[in-house]
Design a binder for this molecule. Structure first.
Ligand code: UD1
Length: 421
């Protein structure tokens, strides 16, 4: 990306906005906000990226910073893996110290990973005596209001916590607004801005087309499917994984299916003695296999985009990939019992297939049918969400001097409703 050095330099002056990234699906959501802050806010807002270190392998972290033209994080809490409580607690403690040192004007958390909830909680309890206009950073949650209604899902707990504690709720679709209204969030705190992940997709699509992955795997100009699986509900139980693999094997008997493996999935396949059902491709190959499940290490952002754009269909349990395939017009089968992203089904190319062999096979037929019949890209998934988010951030942090943030928010019932007044 041209001129990023200049942008990074410009983003360093002024009041601080901390952009929190913890895990792989976060980077493409903070990138457009960072770019927009660096481009537009110049001297009034200073963007800094804090990495919690929830994901730490280069393939789950550093490679994404490179592909998204992001500067390295100013701080890395290096919390690493652990139980949910351990991981969340380490982020909470680490981020509290960052808040005490940096005294940011705002903290932006994105998505629904453990780091999202932990950083929102640390910011909500921060107290800067005598600070004006409010004694703690503003908390903004990007991708607010999504609900799977599955309270057994750790991400659902993270979403509910982050939304409950945030002052500003940035939503990607109108059903998220409706969910927040139903939970009693005042309309004045909800900003429907579109989908920043789709900003990243638009911005990096050309670069992705030049990426050598498909040549390395001899898949360019070949028909192939793409599959990602990492949810504990799908990969942590042997019976569930066997059932999904049965469907994948049937699909891959006709068309090869590329399977980039999350570290969790790889270790479960090995532990359950199922790894031999996949063909492992670590080296470049002269000819793509005509069929079968082709396993590779986790892909970088550009590699994943290039695979998604070329794939005939995608099978996934990821949240973000449901949205990216809808934006790209590629049939998507979601291998889950529920989704927090119903707009991709109502308008896009996505089908919720469940986790049985029959459901997945039927889901693929249906996803192809509905894509051929014509799917839509949802409202405001137009590549400009980052700019809209920054416009709001400038206003609410007082960086835009047209109206004082405090007066505006109090008038809107915002701070009073949040109990900060
Ligand atoms: C996390 C998010 C999930 C998101 C996913 C994307 C939560 C609760 N879950 O799940 O919402 O969809 O990221 O990948 O926050 N590991 C490595 N290297 C790494 C990171 C993890 O080997 O860089 C392994 C470790 O064995 C770890 C396991 O993967 O225990 C799971 O990582 P963790 O961050 O706990 O959750 P994810 O399953 O990645």
């Amino acid at each position: 990306m041209k001129g990023t050095e200049t942008l990074h330099r410009r983003a360093r002056a002024g009041r601080t906005v901390l952009l929190v990234a913890g895990a792989r699906p976060n980077y493409m959501k903070i990138a457009p906000i960072y770019w927009a802050l660096a481009r537009g806010a110049a001297d009034d807002l200073d963007a800094e990226i804090v990495h919690t270190g929830q994901h730490y392998d280069p393939s789950m972290s550093d490679d994404f910073f490179r592909d998204l033209a992001l500067p390295p994080p100013t701080i890395n809490l290096a919390v690493g893996s652990g139980s949910h409580a351990e991981q969340t607690a380490k982020v909470l403690v680490g981020f509290e110290a960052v808040l005490a040192e940096k005294r940011p004007a705002a903290v932006v958390v994105v998505g629904d990973v453990n780091s999202t909830a932990a950083c929102a909680l640390a910011a909500a309890k921060m107290y800067y005596p005598g600070a004006d206009p409010v004694p703690r950073p503003l908390i903004a949650h990007v991708e607010a209001g999504l609900r799977s209604r599955d309270r057994l899902m750790p991400e659902e707990a993270n979403r509910v916590v982050a939304d409950a504690l945030s002052d500003i709720l940035f939503t990607t679709c109108r059903d998220a607004n409706a969910n927040l209204y139903a939970e009693g969030v005042p309309a004045e705190r909800i900003f429907f801005v579109g989908n920043p992940m789709i900003d990243s997709l638009h911005a990096r699509l050309d670069a992705a087309r030049g990426c050598p992955l498909l040549d390395r795997l001899a898949l360019r100009d070949r028909a192939f499917g793409l599959c990602t699986l990492h949810r504990p509900s799908n990969v942590d139980r042997r019976a569930a994984l066997v059932e999904i693999l049965a469907a994948l094997a049937e699909i891959a008997a006709d068309t090869p299916v590329l399977v980039p493996l999350h570290p969790r999935t790889r270790s479960r396949l090995e532990a359950f003695g199922l790894a031999s059902q996949l063909l492992w491709l670590d080296e470049p190959v002269p000819r793509a296999p005509a069929r079968g499940l082709i396993a590779v290490a986790p892909l970088s952002y550009l590699e994943m985009l290039s695979a998604m754009t070329q794939a005939r269909f995608v099978l996934t349990d990821s949240g973000g990939i449901q949205e990216e395939t809808t934006a790209l017009g590629v049939p998507c089968v979601t291998v889950r019992e529920n989704t927090e992203r119903p707009v991709t089904i109502a308008e896009g190319t996505n089908v919720l297939a469940g986790t049985t062999r029959r459901g997945i096979l039927a889901g693929l037929v249906e996803a192809r049918r509905k894509t051929a019949a014509g799917a839509r890209v949802p409202e405001l998934w137009d590549g400009c969400a980052g700019e809209r988010i920054v416009t709001v951030l400038r206003e609410v942090t007082g960086a835009t001097r047209r109206r004082p943030a405090r007066e505006e928010l109090v008038a809107a019932g915002g701070w009073a409703a949040a109990g900060v007044e």
